[in-house]
Design a binder for this molecule. Sequence first.
Ligand code: AMP
Length: 169
Amino acid sequence: MIESLIRDVPNFPKPGIVFKDITPLLQDPRGLPEVLARFERLVPAAGYDLVCGIESRGFIFGAALAARVGKGFIPVRKPGKLPYKTAQESYELEYGQDTIEIHVDAVKPGQRVLIVDDLLATGGTLAATANLIRRVGGNPMGAAVVIELEFLQGRRRLGGLPVHSLIRY
Ligand code: AMP
């Protein structure tokens, strides 16, 4: 069902990229509950203490999952958005660099963190997020994404971090 609610938008945000648009999935009242139910089945909630969502579509799925399974939620954001002390991590994009941040007190020592985002492409964002969580004392136990672009082989960049995906292209 959710497969049919992902819209391909060619040449966004730049020529040659096929953007996987999740807004039809959010618009359908069955979409988000179905995603959350499948995440919960794939990754038993007893295995993690916190959900980390990556700005900004990761917030939608991550915060909803955290509320559903009764866990706390921590945001990873673009630079300059988090108000308290942060740790930063930069990573390579296809063209250029990007940076993300986390609050230094987001995780208590040893807490197990499930990372949530909408889509795994080259894996740079997830890898950087896992590093941030380690640097502030947490244990990234896995990642859950709605969509995986398998042909980009993003898992290779993740050093064995288990990734659970619902739709693969
Ligand atoms: P990456 O770091 O290459 O794995 O890129 C993942 C991030 O970029 C995710 O937060 C996605 O939301 C976004 N992204 C990358 N490629 C696409 C795409 N084709 N369609 C939609 N979002 C994308």
